[in-house]
Design a protein around this ligand. Sequence first.
Ligand SMILES: Nc1ncnc2c1ncn2[C@@H]1O[C@H](COP(=O)(O)OP(=O)(O)O)[C@@H](O)[C@H]1O
Ligand SMILES: [Mg+2]
Length: 264
Amino acid sequence: MVWHARRRLSVMEQMKRVSDANLRLLERERRFIQNASHELRTPITVAIGHAELLQRSSDPTRMAADARVVLDELMRLRRLSDRLLLLAAADDPDFLHKKPIEVEPVLVSALQRWSPTPRQWRLGTTDEAMVDADADRLALAIDALVENAVKHTTPDDWIELSVRRNHKVEITVADSGTGIERGDLDRIFERFARSDISRARDSEGLGLGLPIVKTIAEAHGGTLSVRSDVGKGTELTISLPLAVGVGEGAKGSPTPTPMPTHSG
Ligand SMILES: Nc1ncnc2c1ncn2[C@@H]1O[C@H](COP(=O)(O)OP(=O)(O)O)[C@@H](O)[C@H]1O
Ligand SMILES: [Mg+2]
């Protein structure tokens, strides 16, 4: 009897845990839809306002300025919808077109694309590393990390791209910028979660960059992690499995200074 009662209790506890987890998931979805609707509505409202001004105005200078605002807001909407579509596509079976690729050239071409932006650009450790990856998606993920690094640094700061190979492949974008508050570290991978520091300083971000990087990393069977220290800088690392059939043969890499860590 006691055994049956205990078993029933444990089944009930299990059911409660599952239903709690479902509730949390539903709540997250609800917040996501609410945030997405809000982010979509703002540029639409601004664009409508300026289109109405445009309609009423006859001064060419003012008309050009209003048209510019409408165009900017439409571009923002397009960026937002592209990113939302990409996040939604992650569940499709053909989200990735993987083939074995060498990581270093992907980093080098990212550096070449970004080098016109005045920062102290560095190529750090570049271990030879093959991954089974979708080169375009991987480039997009690295680009989003570099874009963030640029946003949170000044021309005097350095930004370093590196790839380390041990039992997995670690692609890191590190910077000597503002850093992220400890309390924000576990939120920045959430959709539309932007830390207070950024919200105060710029209104441009959509808060979808890191969720996209995380989605791309996970679709490859990998992870995204962050280490950061306010005032010292930030390090974001995409860890991917080594390409199948590639031995371990780890290369040594210097031990980094410890910083608060979060894995998402
Ligand atoms: N390299 C970085 N340095 C400092 N803060 C960062 C860095 N990368 C990301 N963050 C923080 O994480 C938040 C989320 O990043 P992201 O998802 O790319 O959104 P967005 O760039 O649109 O704000 C940013 O708003 C910022 O606060
Ligand atoms: Mg970003």
